[in-house]
Design a protein around this ligand. Structure first.
Ligand SMILES: Nc1ncnc2c1ncn2[C@@H]1O[C@H](COP(=O)(O)OP(=O)(O)OP(=O)(O)O)[C@@H](O)[C@H]1O
Length: 442
């Protein structure tokens, strides 16, 4: 995995890759005016380090209080950055985290006291604008219990503020680790929710293109929480599920072979990523991993992975069959989301009650990975996050294909506001940046 899990282009596009890196660094510096070099707690740290941090986690309430305290000052700073039309409606409470082009804060609706997340995206630079447009294009169209819900949007020429459902239950792997007990049944329960969300997206012709455990968030800390697919910055639309895409993007360990081979691809790339995620969730290790990105890509295009080591001897053959059917090199033979949710492992495990506890092996593997990784990259600790990923987290091919143009939210530069009313769906409202907050309400 190298020193980080940044999203990158394959080696084949190195030239484009370097130029995107440079522009992203420049972008990041330009927008980090008042940013301290240390990143906030919940930044893009790699999945294994956040998970290992939580092997002996404090209670959710303690965690929340701790986080709130530490982030209060930062939140105050961010308040100043927020457009007054946003803060007139939402009280900024705490910083949740940062993405390549975004800051996510916890807010409270002033009138209803309801909590939400606001993702503030910088859209002056073309990269940020594209990522934001992708995300909005999808969020405007989706409504599903396993997909993060957009509540409303404030769009201005420099920044876009997406008001989202607030997910307080943590990332998928954090929960696997913090439970202290984890079985195949637990895995299938989580996967059923992910598959329901992904199947819904695919049926709408949406390919996520960046499925990974960090983008799967629990809505609340309770055991019965919904699991939500989030982060649609790389998502794209096809006319239908057989529509082929060409842009090279994703997170290295999860990229499907056809993408690396620069072949046209479809939503089957998400199913490959789900195979990788299933492997990780059941074992705490990755099917494809190498310090060298070149070797990593080579093992992916060869489909070279194994079920050696713990806990694989304790894992059922049905589970392995499920993974194998998601990780064939030929995308045409890969399970679709609708087929995967009907796979016997998913169906029978969800109904079974007592299963082997895989937690110990999973935690051990996660710990080993974390220590291997920190010895390779001493600057990266669990709390400092992935130094590699500040500003470099999301690298998108500069290839401008038809598919990039489609499905883009139109008129980002046009200040507008989109309000979602649960019963009525999305309503668009336009407001000029100089207008008072109330004058552009729905
Ligand atoms: N609706 C939400 N509720 C709670 N936390 C959220 C929500 N949306 C995002 N986050 C968290 O905020 C942080 C930043 O998320 P964001 O999607 O902006 O960037 P990212 O996906 O981590 O990075 P990148 O943009 O580089 O892919 C992440 O830790 C993410 O889990």
């Amino acid at each position: 995995m190298g020193c980080g899990n940044s999203k990158v282009l394959p080696e084949a596009s190195k030239k484009g890759y370097v130029s995107v890196v440079q522009s992203l660094v420049a972008f990041s510096k330009a927008h980090d005016d008042d940013e301290p070099k240390k990143r906030p707690e919940k930044q893009k740290s790699p999945w294994f380090s956040t998970s290992v941090k939580n092997l002996h986690p404090p209670s959710n309430i303690q965690q929340q209080t701790l986080r709130d305290g530490r982030h209060q000052d930062k939140a105050a700073k961010y308040k100043d950055k927020f457009d007054p039309r946003v803060t007139a409606r939402y009280d900024i409470k705490a910083l949740i985290g940062r993405g390549s082009f975004s800051r996510v804060v916890r807010v409270e609706h002033r009138a209803t006291r309801q909590p939400f997340a606001i993702k503030m995206m910088e859209v002056e630079a073309p990269e940020g604008r594209e990522v934001c447009a992708s995300e909005l294009a999808v969020l405007h169209r989706v409504r599903h219990s396993n997909v993060i819900q957009l509540i409303e949007v404030f769009q201005f020429p420099q920044r876009v503020y997406m008001v989202l459902e607030l997910a307080t239950g943590g990332e998928l792997l954090d929960r696997v680790v913090s439970r202290g007990h984890f079985t195949e049944r637990d895995a299938t329960q989580a996967l059923r929710m992910v598959l329901a969300g992904v199947g819904y997206l695919h049926n709408l012709g949406i390919t996520h293109r960046d499925l990974k455990p960090e983008n799967l968030l629990y809505y609340h800390p309770g055991a019965d929480s919904r699991l939500l697919v989030t982060d649609f910055g790389l998502a794209t639309f096809g006319i239908d599920r057989t529509w082929f895409l060409r842009t090279t993007c994703g997170t290295p360990e999860y990229i499907a072979p056809e993408v690396l081979l620069r072949r046209p691809y479809s939503c089957a790339v998400d199913m490959w990523a789900l195979g990788v995620i299933t492997y990780i969730v059941l074992s705490g290790s990755m099917p494809f991993e190498d310090e060298s990105r070149m070797r990593l890509y080579r093992s992916i295009v060869r489909g070279k992975y194994s079920f050696h080591g713990n806990p694989w001897p304790s894992v059922s053959n049905l589970a392995k069959d499920f993974i194998q059917r998601l990780l064939p090199l030929d995308p045409a033979t890969r399970l679709t989301a609708d087929q995967a949710i009907r796979h016997p492992w998913v169906v029978t495990m969800a109904a079974s009650s007592s299963m082997m506890n895989l937690h110990r092996s999973i935690s051990q593997n996660l710990r080993q990975r974390a220590s291997r990784s920190s010895s390779r990259c001493p600057s990266r600790t669990a709390s400092s996050g992935d130094s590699n990923s500040v500003g470099l987290g999301r690298l998108i091919s500069l290839e401008k294909n038809q598919e990039q143009q489609q499905g883009r939210a139109s008129g980002l530069s046009q200040p507008q506001r989109v309000i979602q009313h649960p019963a009525r769906g999305l309503q668009e409202h336009h407001c000029h940046p100089t207008e008072a907050p109330d004058s552009c309400e729905g």
